[in-house]
Design a protein around this ligand. Structure first.
Ligand SMILES: Cc1cc2nc3c(=O)[nH]c(=O)nc-3n(C[C@H](O)[C@H](O)[C@H](O)COP(=O)(O)O)c2cc1C
Length: 360
């Protein structure tokens, strides 16, 4: 045990996570055969964070359906073959003492794109192996193809897809399931008035725009049982007048908690292009702090958290229950081991194979 907040364990439902440094979802666009099956790249990429001492290792945005993938190189968890490949990776994460989380995602109108280093950086036309995207309304993301509006049955199918994906996630051994409701992807498209122009019970009022998320949370909770923590990633704001904002986020987080969610992962943006975002170290921490206070829920902060002292202060001061980190962990997957040394925390999960390299 330690007095240092960043390295104190955290228990949610049946899962105890060894510290508060968690790996944020990081798309790798590295599936070989367009079958959504994670590869050795994913094993090494995620495995290195577990070896490096992270508490929770979260997968990339993982498609709940083929249509819901961002690119054809995304991983999925809509087949048993995908589940079984994830199980191998989860086994390795567990062998290193990390908890394993999976981010379940549907890209909605932002689906069917070429990966960043592909032939071009745009959407992937149907003729080039792309597909028709779907959304709450036939409103395109700037520069993307126009999505097809989901029918009522189509919305019900989305709930089923998230539910089946959650069941397969537990079968694969994942400890945590995160529902991706951020970054302008499908559930966020329902939440924001800027992308949802429906006139049925899934559009209009806040209750209606939140309905899909709440149905997904409630159904996923039943599928995973009582032991498994369910997280929701929100974009706390669209950074645009008339859009989604932190007040709506806090209200809906409270409703989602009642529906069975345990922790909220507070990011921002992604719904519309060309907005101005005041990016600076820890710039999204105030959203985590706001939602934690207003909705009385557990949260994690994310976004330009790159330093052990900075991360520890966020936890110690009660702004968040954990931090997620991405780019700093990609630069140094052993950041948690290094941070423990820097903060003078004795940890017992230094990999024995690497003991001779231990900072003293
Ligand atoms: C390469 C890369 C891939 C990402 N993929 C995802 C993703 O799959 N799901 C998601 O919610 N956010 C994704 N993000 C956003 C990160 O999870 C994170 O919120 C963002 O990078 C800010 O954290 P950082 O400053 O610690 O990197 C990605 C970011 C990067 C750099």
């Amino acid at each position: 045990m330690t007095d240092t907040a960043l390295f104190s364990p955290h228990t949610i439902r049946s899962v105890t996570i060894r510290n508060r440094i968690w790996v944020t979802p990081l798309c790798q666009y590295s599936v070989d055969l367009e079958d959504g099956v994670p590869t050795d790249w994913h094993l090494v990429h995620l495995g290195s964070f577990a070896r490096g001492g992270a508490g929770l290792v979260m997968t990339e945005a993982t498609g709940v359906s083929a249509v819901g993938r961002i690119s054809a190189e995304d991983t999925g968890i809509y087949t048993d073959e995908q589940r079984d490949a994830w199980a191998r990776i989860v086994g390795f994460l567990h062998s290193q003492g990390a908890a394993a989380g999976i981010q379940l995602a549907h890209a909605g109108r932002k689906a069917s794109v070429h990966r960043e280093w592909g032939p071009d950086d745009g959407t992937r036309p149907i003729a080039e192996g792309g597909w028709q995207s779907v959304a709450p309304s036939a409103i395109a993301f700037e520069g993307y193809d126009t999505p097809a509006q989901l029918s009522r049955d189509g919305v019900a199918d989305i709930v089923t897809e998230f539910t089946d994906a959650a069941r397969r996630s537990v079968e694969a051994g994942f400890d945590v399931v995160e529902i991706h409701a951020a970054h302008g992807y499908l559930i966020h498209q329902f939440l924001s008035p800027l992308s949802n122009a429906r006139d049925d019970e899934y559009g209009g009022s806040l209750e209606n725009r939140a309905r899909l998320l709440l149905e997904v949370v409630a159904s996923v909770r039943v599928a995973v049982g009582n032991a498994v923590p369910v997280f929701v990633r929100f974009s706390a704001t669209d950074w645009a007048v008339g859009g989604w904002d932190q007040e709506q986020t806090a209200i809906v987080a409270g409703w989602a908690k009642d529906a069975g969610a345990d922790l909220f992962d507070l990011s921002s943006g992604g719904l519309i292009d060309g907005v101005s975002i005041p990016v600076e170290p820890g710039y999204q921490v105030p959203f985590a702090e706001f939602v934690r206070r207003e909705a009385s829920v557990e949260v994690n902060a994310v976004g330009l958290i790159t330093d052990a002292v900075q991360a520890n202060e966020i936890i110690e001061s009660g702004k968040a229950d954990a931090v997620m980190m991405g780019r700093e962990l990609m630069r140094d997957p052993h950041f948690p081991l290094r941070a423990a040394h820097q903060l003078g925390v004795p940890i017992d999960y230094w990999p024995p194979q690497y003991r001779r390299a231990r900072w003293r």
